[in-house]
Design a protein around this ligand. Structure first.
Ligand SMILES: CCCCC/C=C\C/C=C\CCCCCCCC(=O)SCCNC(=O)CCNC(=O)[C@H](O)C(C)(C)COP(=O)(O)OP(=O)(O)OC[C@H]1O[C@@H](n2cnc3c(N)ncnc32)[C@H](O)[C@@H]1OP(=O)(O)O
Ligand SMILES: CCCCCCCC/C=C\CCCCCCCC(=O)OC[C@@H](O)COP(=O)(O)O
Length: 294
């Protein structure tokens, strides 16, 4: 009986390894679980150090350092275009498209110093993760209570100017794995106009080639982050916000469409050079697992 149990215990990791190699769905589950476990582990380990400083934007450096290695575990190559657009002296607002939690990997790739994201309040209740986010100075808004969210944003506008703070907003307001961007919420643009600071739009290329939560697919791949030219808001007033929101969204949507094409073509060229065939003209997702093979 004991020998049987021992054999069973030895075979379990082997079986798991085999399943991991053979089943893309199991691989997806393991990779997503690892992502969440990593965040919880890092938050638990690093929060006590962050607590020494107290709630401070400087703790974002710890958060960044904790999340930067993730791309290596997943074999995701990050390409950044237009990083010089972020070389600004004063405060500014970054607006970025939001596809999935994986965006955190792109965010830490380019996030400038003294920059905090605006996040949904629910994250505060994720135990040590919430604590780590609070200690890092992340700004929380209650998306279901517009008035209080607007108050937080107004308060942030004056903090930005007094403390030279940069703020990262996902203006879609929720994760969107779709092919085009959702309509933008206006908070980020009111924030920039109230603080009279520039807006820097950032577009992260679609993950279709290596990640899909719908298809339970998570392989290795390349992600491009494009920083677009900044948009000045000096002299603008609240009445200009709708037009400002639309023009920034338009510029980001165009960049996203362009990147969807070129990233996909890059991957196809890379694969055909490797002798694995061309994937163009096939529906998204088909053959990806075979092509990337991880
Ligand atoms: C220390 C070691 C650490 C180790 C590692 C550990 C952990 C790391 C783990 C995680 C890191 C966390 C990273 C965080 C990422 C989180 C991502 C998110 O949570 S995204 C979700 C949250 N973001 C948003 O919701 C975007 C911001 N939202 C808005 O801006 C919205 O506008 C809103 C303020 C919430 C209001 O939304 P609403 O649905 O009502 O829609 P509208 O935007 O259309 O607005 C309606 C109306 O109100 C006017 N409005 C909006 N804002 C303002 C304003 N600030 N001032 C005045 N008026 C405002 C707007 O103009 C509309 O009116 P009108 O139609 O007349 O124009
Ligand atoms: C005592 C309680 C302990 C609870 C432990 C919970 C463990 C949680 C595990 C992992 C946390 C990972 C958090 C990653 C946060 C990623 C940011 C993100 O992508 O948020 C989504 C948000 O933008 C929009 O949300 P919705 O798309 O509207 O939904």
């Amino acid at each position: 009986m004991d020998v049987l149990l021992l054999h069973g215990l030895l075979l379990l990791p082997l079986a798991a390894l085999l399943l991991y190699r053979c089943s893309p769905h199991f691989q997806y589950l393991c990779k997503v679980a690892f992502f969440n476990c990593w965040i919880v582990a890092m938050a638990t380990l690093l929060s006590p150090f962050a607590a020494f400083r107290g709630r401070s934007v400087d703790n974002m450096k710890l958060l960044r350092a904790a999340l930067l290695p993730l791309k290596r575990f997943y074999g995701i190559r990050m390409r950044v275009r237009g990083a010089e657009q972020l070389q600004l002296q004063g405060p500014f607002v970054i607006v970025c498209n939001h596809q999935a939690s994986l965006d955190l990997m792109g965010m830490v790739e380019v996030i400038p110093e003294r920059c905090v994201p605006i996040a949904k309040r629910e994250l505060l209740y994720l135990g040590t993760v919430g604590w780590a986010c609070w200690l890092s100075g992340i700004i929380f808004i209650d998306r279901h209570r517009r008035d209080t969210a607007i108050e937080v944003i107004s308060h942030t506008a004056s903090t930005m100017r007094h403390e030279n703070l940069r703020v990262w907003v996902f203006p879609e307001g929720t994760r969107n794995p779709g092919k085009s961007m959702l309509p933008f919420k206006r908070g980020a643009f009111h924030l920039a106009v109230q603080a009279q600071v520039p807006i820097v739009p950032i577009v992260i290329s679609p993950y279709w080639d290596f990640f899909s939560s719908k298809e339970k697919r998570f392989t290795s791949g390349t992600c491009t982050i494009r920083v677009l030219p900044r948009v000045e808001t000096r002299g603008l007033s609240p009445k200009d916000v709708p037009e400002l929101t639309e023009s920034v969204r338009q510029a980001m949507a165009e960049a996203l469409a362009e990147m969807s094409m070129s990233d996909h073509e890059d991957q196809a060229t890379e694969q055909s050079l490797l002798g694995l065939g061309d994937n163009r003209g096939r529906p998204q997702g088909q053959g990806d697992t075979a092509r990337n093979g991880k």
